[in-house]
Write a protein that binds this ligand. Sequence first.
Ligand code: ZN
Length: 181
Amino acid sequence: MNRLLPISSERDILPQYRGTPIGLLLEYHNLNRKHEQYSSAQLLIGMCMDNRKHLHIPDNFAFIIRTGGANLRYSEFKVSYAIAVGNVRSIALVGHNQCGMVNLVDRKEQFIRGLVERAGWEPRAAEEHFHQYAPMFEIGNEIDFILSEVVRLRLRYPRVLIAPLLYRLDDNRLYLIKEET
Ligand SMILES: [Zn+2]
């Protein structure tokens, strides 16, 4: 896990993020920074829909888009809206370990059985549904996926500051993901 940069003090925050909404997110969540009052969102956070995560941030501080695997490829209009109308200039993309969108094929049978038993689907329809969407939502590896999504988002929104982060379920803390320079 040496691809992660622990944030235990303000000095650990990379210079390009210090004093920005991304630095503030790290200070609020990891360093117990006192919550300021906000009347508008400062930041867009993209994070996984997984239930095991809770961010400690002030009211009104951030827009949050939650999707499987923090995958924003199919949420682009909402990202654009947060920037264009919501006036945010920064995006924190937050992956997490043990993400359910990794290796979806391992849960194919469970997925089909669950839809049949709990939602009343026909087995064939459930299987087709899995095959149609699993390739779109599979992320492969949490850290690599976040890094590649950050590269894609930076090309798409070149004036926006975008940072790759990981939430570790083991300690409920945020880490910056190291990028190759
Ligand atoms: Zn997840």
